[in-house]
Design a protein around this ligand. Structure first.
Ligand SMILES: NC(=O)c1ccc[n+]([C@@H]2O[C@H](COP(=O)([O-])OP(=O)(O)OC[C@H]3O[C@@H](n4cnc5c(N)ncnc54)[C@H](O)[C@@H]3O)[C@@H](O)[C@H]2O)c1
Length: 442
């Protein structure tokens, strides 16, 4: 990148001591944060390259003048496969890395994609902010409330551009659904309900522990999570059913759908309280720690908000296996990623609102989201899923899980960042990190 071509270079300085990270970067990288000119090349690196991270990179590379310099993963086979695929896309052969800290040391890198499992979002994101990189981090923002709080703080401290992978925010039909809810035509909204019924939420059949596959740095894959023997079910793709690495359907789909309700209802704060009930009622023979059946009640001002998921089934209300419903006094709007529809109350002359044609998706939400990230870097466009949006959705989802684990209604205080009515629940706010990794402090 030719620095002289940059229209403007913003500089933020931080010290290693100030960052308080052990997982340290050298002092030399802790200075910078760039705003790029319209014609500047944006050089990205991908951290966590197997599935969603790769999809993000693919759509970022469709944006003008974006190149990938480095792929970082702890699995050699993923690095080899994606490196070959990048070259096939006409990109230069990338640098291959197993340690994300080396990526952050590279001053050529303007932005990183964090596409690792949820327990590995926090450290790379916080440190990338400290190193002046722009960040596209997957959802849920972190694997605990403590993590999402420190990630938000880091983004604010270093004035970082952080887009969270809640791509529904960039979906045109979602935007029109939200506008319709906000128009008041549905009358008074009394209930917002989300549901997610997915077969994968039942978990896989158990398999015995084994050696990690060749070429996998398993200790690094675990990172700050507790040390455990390798088990295929806790690894690529299915880790999200285990608490150390993910939050099951509640955080996986929960953040996407709850985000739509928080957007439409213009929610800017934590719920008054959260109560969850559920269990693994139908899939006890499977390898999963998360409840296959969960119902969560969020106490909101003036309406009820509910989350419900069922792993191992794929049918649901309105013939949709997942969705969001806004129930008003005049009618109900129901949406998923393909469409939204309105069901007016009353019949004939008694119908309380005009019928509305079904609105369909253009299926461009993901590429729009990537474009928005690039435009935010180049032109200062407002991010569609700025970190605060990811933070709020993740907060709601994690509170749902915490209430379930603590078997208690929970009340979260945003000022003290604590659960004030239950010590058991409060102890779940911030995870213990396994040495040598340290929970970041700013
Ligand atoms: N936005 C969406 O619609 C969407 C869809 C799917 C997944 N996701 C999110 O994307 C993230 C990744 O999910 P996935 O399905 O791609 O998981 P995955 O298991 O398929 O891939 C994760 C990759 O990260 C690598 N990895 C693990 N630790 C690493 C480390 N310390 N450094 C570098 N690489 C590391 C793994 O080896 C693996 O290749 C999750 O947070 C998930 O919730 C989002």
């Amino acid at each position: 990148m030719n620095t002289s071509r940059r229209k403007f270079i913003r500089s933020t300085t931080a010290t290693v001591a100030g960052l308080g990270l052990t997982n340290t970067l050298s002092a030399s990288v802790l200075a910078h944060s760039k705003v790029l000119g319209a014609n500047d090349q944006i050089t990205v690196a991908l951290i966590g390259a197997r599935n969603m991270g790769w999809y993000n990179l693919t759509d970022l590379l469709k944006q003008p003048n974006v190149v990938c310099k480095t792929l970082c993963d702890v699995d050699d086979s993923v690095l080899a496969e994606k490196s070959e695929a990048l070259v096939k896309k006409g990109q230069k052969k990338p640098i291959l890395e197993k340690d994300y800290r080396n990526v952050l040391e590279d001053k050529d890198i303007d932005a990183v994609i964090v596409g690792t499992p949820d327990h590995w979002h926090c450290l790379p994101t916080v440190e990338a902010c400290g190193a002046g990189k722009h960040v596209y981090v997957e959802k849920p923002l972190g694997n605990s409330i403590g993590e999402i709080n420190v990630m938000l703080d880091a983004a604010r401290k270093y004035k970082s551009i952080v887009q969270v992978g809640q791509q529904q925010r960039s979906g045109v039909h979602w935007k029109s659904a939200i506008a319709f809810v906000q128009s008041g035509k549905l009358g008074t909204i009394r209930q917002v309900k989300y549901w997610g019924n997915f077969n994968y939420g039942a978990g896989n059949l158990p398999v015995p522990d084994s050696d990690p596959p060749e070429g996998v740095d398993y200790d690094r894959w675990l990172g700050p999570a507790p040390k455990r023997p390798f088990n295929k079910n806790r690894f690529h793709g299915s880790w999200r059913m285990f608490r150390d690495y993910g939050g099951g359907l509640m955080t996986d789909w929960g953040v996407h759908l709850i985000d739509m309700g928080l957007w439409a209802m213009d929610v800017k704060s934590a719920p008054r309280s959260v109560s969850s009930i559920g269990g693994n009622f139908a899939n006890n023979d499977r390898a999963l720690e998360m409840p296959d059946t969960l119902t969560v009640l969020y106490e909101m001002d003036g309406y009820n908000m509910l989350w419900e998921h069922n792993g191992g089934v794929q049918t649901g209300p309105y013939n949709q296996n997942y969705g969001v419903k806004f129930m008003g006094t005049n009618g109900t709007l129901v949406a998923d990623r393909q469409k939204w529809r309105v069901f007016p109350e009353g019949e004939g002359e008694e119908q309380r609102m005009e019928a509305t044609r079904e609105q369909v998706s253009d299926n461009k939400s993901h590429i729009n989201h990537c474009e928005n990230f690039v435009r935010a870097i180049r032109y200062g466009d407002e991010l569609h899923a700025e970190i605060e949006i990811g933070h709020r959705a993740a907060l709601y989802a994690h509170l749902g899980n915490i209430s379930f684990w603590a078997k208690d209604r929970v009340v979260y205080d945003e000022k003290s960042r604590r659960i004030t009515n239950s010590e058991i629940a409060d102890a779940l706010v911030t995870p213990d990190y396994r040495a040598p990794w340290k929970f970041p402090s700013l």
